[in-house]
Design a binder for this molecule. Sequence first.
Ligand code: ADP
Ligand code: MG
Length: 326
Amino acid sequence: MPVSEFDIIRRYFEHHGPTRGDVALGIGDDAALLVPPAGQQLAVSVDTLVAGVHFPVQTAPEAIGHKSLAVNLSDLAAMGAEPSWATLALTLPTADEAWLAAFCAGFFALAREYGVALVGGDTTHGPLSITVQIMGFVPPGQALTRAGAKPGDGVFVTGTLGDAGAGLRVVQGTLTTSTIIADQFKARLDRPTPRVAAGLALRGLANAAIDISDGLAADLGHILDASGVGAELELAKLPLSDALQHCGLPEPWRLAASAGDDYELCFTLPPEKEAEALARLSALGCPATRVGTITAEPGLRCRNAEGKVVTLAGTGYDHFAGDPRG
Ligand code: ADP
Ligand code: MG
């Protein structure tokens, strides 16, 4: 007997993941009833993943479940907000229970790790698409926005950049490398690690922050626009994984500068906050690298190891401007 929409909700989404005391009424009614903590601001963000656009169609369902929540957690990380609740709007081509079980395994493993309760959603029939809305809390005045960067701030990134972009090229067949390296790249593409703890640690220290979903140059560009400043980016300082350095690409830093999907944080620190911020991140085991400096002169200037200005082709992803990622 085919499984109904209500069976799917009951079997796969109700009473899964962590329970929270601030959920007065969860899945099952016309709306959830939530109790935000007194005195905190509610941070809300939503992201849709469309098959073939945001993930390759052959992506494992467990990875799709992970990624659909991870990209949303990454947005809260970039705000310095503590995640609490999520909703999930799922459009499915078929009611494939094996697919649903694997999707939920990926989704709820991450939900449990971050203590996020799934409080509602919508289940519909159509081309595969997943929309997750995430909610979280941040004390008033402490959110990390894109707008506070000041000339003289250092520009920093967490982790390493470019691996997810390399993973996309492996899947698309435009990058061939050893199986071990290819698997590392694909893992970064499929299972990004949201930098939630790093975002919380940067509260009160970073002047501006953004998560790197579209590529460093494009996302740093959003900080520059919102803050009314410019930046010098030192391409030789971009943190590259061993895998990216040894995968055979002639200029691996190009991926680190402009490929998307890494979900690391880019943030700016005034010099007097640098030591404390780096100590906090180091205590979390989160690598952070200074890659540039905010300038009063607008625009982004990228320099290579010799100090020469380098132009980056096709920076960032714009859904309505064609795909420069190729
Ligand atoms: P309504 O028709 O009133 O909008 P639905 O039948 O769509 O309600 O959903 C019933 C309940 O199941 C609601 O509480 C809704 O939030 C929840 N729900 C539906 N789909 C999902 C899903 N994919 N994930 C989590 N909760 C869901
Ligand atoms: Mg209703």
